[in-house]
Design a binder for this molecule. Structure first.
Ligand code: GUN
Ligand code: ZN
Length: 640
């Protein structure tokens, strides 16, 4: 069973429960060749902390000595590995070296009988150069074999491989056809040639298409991806598991893996690595080691690079900064940069998983930053949920942040003249009322914008001004103070409420006599009291509202379902009304427009409000996961 513990977009830190222990993901499984162990499984476990490895059942089966031992004493004893053992089926061998003389049934039963924890289907490897017809035919066979494997699994887990060459529609079809099969992990297969040929852009398309089809509650393994250089990108796209044979293969060729590429020791000028394998070596002493010692030292170095990068990836997920890491990592190779740029094609999908806000500030790393789904989110909500405060626009340059402090007097002046203050920012136009909302105030851009970002913001300002039908636009310096009366706090409250909850909900939240309580120190909005009811509180760090129970009750009464609703089963109601979190197993339905970190109404089967909280997951995830928190409940609401 798989559970998401933390997430940042599609990236997740998960717990994958197997009979041999719990694997924390993202995880890399080193490939162990049962015939040559460069680094022993015991060392992988104890020295490097790998909780799982992958080995090849086909090689074991074809070697008399290994087969007998594996059958009699079991795989864990054969390899001397106490962790989780996944086995591959021989697909790759058959593909590389000719026909495998084993049936799917035989290899599944063999994997089971040697005690593999996760066995793999004998899938058919789809090459990138295959025609669509050829690919379709072989997917049909892979799917039949996957169904067969699921029926033979016993208490072994099954890895059902997504194939489909470079055809996104076939990848998605293959992936979604496996949703109903009793499979536990989904490797994405047939991608080794793409990685070997630096075709990362197509790799991105293949991963995204597979993710669209797969059920979110199963971990996704990227078959053959073990270079530290690609890990951050693959995790960003929702891959949870990886395997690497390269650490050992490269070592046998005197090639060292680093975060920015692979280098032959013969081409290196110095060794500046201080990992436990390298720390006592210079390049010269390393090169002079006897063959097997040198290979082992380099293999250990390669493993340490992988371990280090995985730890960094996890940290960035926890900090909500994985996009920044990926943008840095993709600068290691021009083909990776192309892949990063190609993410622009996928923002619609990526936006579905994009959290409403993050803990820290958003950092610009380059022109590609603009492709992050957070830009699309802002653009869409501005278009669909923003209501201008005036029919004339006053344009401001991107000054210091927050804009409402930097331009405090100027905003008041132009507003009093009947203009809506609009700042031209890297996000496009930012109305004064939204300037404290994540990520506008919580973002850092260089003073000099790159050309792409600059032209993006100008273009979106132009379309905003024209589409919104402003009767007039003027530069802020050209506007003299006027007499118009306005309530800046109320305008801000309405704008943020609409941005966050939609126009209809904002209208029921803020109505009648409204009192807005501000912080004595900062002047920022704290609480919104409408007709005597405390409906909203504003968070200082992301400028967004938390919904108070009285506010939630107004939305429940005034805005039809499913807006902002997460519906729970009756047996969860008593717990949730007490303020306990909502677990996925109890979610019956969920509004598909809910994004991670959004305020939600938890309701029972009759749409009666039972709690208010924050969504951790999106609809598809809440409905498919059997474990983990769907909604962090802040306030239970007792039925009266
Ligand atoms: N190892 C690397 N790629 C693949 C693949 O596509 N299928 C299987 N079973 N193993 C692999
Ligand atoms: Zn090293």
């Amino acid at each position: 069973m798989f559970e998401t513990v933390r997430r940042d977009g599609l990236a997740r830190i998960g717990k994958f429960e197997t009979r041999a222990g719990v694997l924390e993901t993202p995880a890399l499984l080193p490939v162990v060749n049962p015939k040559i162990s460069t680094v022993t499984p015991r060392e992988l476990y104890e020295e490097f902390g790998f909780g799982a490895l992958i080995t090849n059942s086909y090689i074991i089966r074809n070697s008399d000595g290994l087969r007998e031992r594996a059958l009699s004493e079991g795989l864990h004893s054969l390899l001397d590995f106490p962790g989780i053992i996944m086995t591959d089926s021989g697909t790759f061998q058959s593909h590389m070296y000719g026909e495998v003389e084993v049936s799917n049934r035989d290899i599944i039963e063999f994997q089971r009988s040697i005690g593999s924890d996760i066995g793999t289907v004998l899938d058919i490897f789809t090459e990138p150069f295959w025609t669509k017809g050829q690919t379709e035919d072989s997917i049909r066979v892979t799917l039949e074999r996957t169904a067969e494997a699921a029926s033979l699994k016993g208490d072994m887990m099954i890895a059902g491989v997504v194939q489909g060459s470079v055809y996104p529609d076939l990848r998605e079809m293959c992936a979604s056809s496996m949703r109903t099969m009793d499979v536990n992990v989904h490797p994405i297969g047939g991608v080794v040639p793409l990685m070997e040929q630096y075709r990362y852009e197509e790799l991105v398309d293949v991963i995204i298409a597979s993710k669209k089809g797969l059920s979110p509650d199963r971990p996704v393994h990227l078959f053959g991806a073990g270079h530290p250089m690609v890990l951050a990108l693959a995790v960003l796209l929702g891959c949870d598991m990886f395997d690497s044979a390269s650490y050992a293969k490269f070592a046998r060729d005197d090639r060292m893996m680093f975060i920015d590429g692979t280098y032959r020791t013969a081409d290196m000028h110095s060794l500046d690595c201080k990992c436990p394998a390298c720390k006592d070596h210079t390049l010269e002493t390393l090169k002079k080691l006897p063959n097997d010692q040198r290979t082992k030292t380099i293999a250990r170095h390669n493993l340490y690079e992988i371990v280090k990068e995985l730890a960094i990836v996890k940290r960035y997920i926890l900090e909500g900064r994985l996009w920044e890491l990926v943008e840095q990592r993709c600068r290691a190779h021009p083909a990776l940069l192309d892949a990063l740029r190609s993410l622009e094609r996928h923002t619609e999908f990526l936006e579905l998983y994009e959290p409403l806000s993050r803990d820290g500030a958003m950092f610009y790393t380059g022109p590609e930053t603009r492709n992050r789904p957070v830009f699309r989110r802002y653009e869409e909500r501005l278009r669909d949920r923003y209501v201008p405060v005036a029919d004339k626009a006053a344009l401001f340059g991107d000054g210091g942040k927050p804009y409402s402090r930097h331009y405090a007097d100027d905003f008041l002046r132009v507003r009093s003249a009947g203009y809506a203050p609009i700042v031209l920012s890297p996000f496009g136009p930012v109305p004064a009322e939204l300037d404290e909302v994540y990520p506008i105030a919580q973002s850092l851009f260089p003073d000099a914008a790159d050309l792409e970002t600059a032209s993006y913001s100008e273009d979106s300002l132009i379309s905003f001004v024209t589409e919104r039908g402003f009767a007039e636009t003027a530069e802020m310096d050209d506007i003299a103070a006027g007499e118009e009366r306005f309530d800046a706090l109320l305008e801000r409250t309405m704008a943020v409420a609409r941005y966050q909850f939609g126009k209809e909900a904002a209208d029921v939240l803020v109505r009648g006599r409204t009192e807005i309580v501000t912080s004595r120190n900062t002047g920022k909005i704290r609480n919104v009291i409408s007709d005597g009811e405390h409906v909203l509180s504003m968070r200082a760090d992301d400028g967004l509202f938390t919904l108070r129970p009285e506010g939630a009750a107004r939305i429940a009464a005034g805005v039809p379902a499913p807006h902002m609703r997460v519906t729970v089963s009756d047996d969860a109601v008593p717990f949730v009304t007490e303020g306990r979190n909502v677990f996925c197993a109890f979610v019956k339905e969920c509004d598909e427009n809910i994004r991670p970190m959004e305020e939600v109404l938890v309701v029972d089967g009759n749409d009666r409000l039972v709690a208010v909280g924050r969504a951790m997951l999106v609809r598809g995830e809440m409905l498919s996961f059997r474990k983990g928190i769907a909604v962090k409940v802040r306030d239970g609401v007792r039925q009266s």
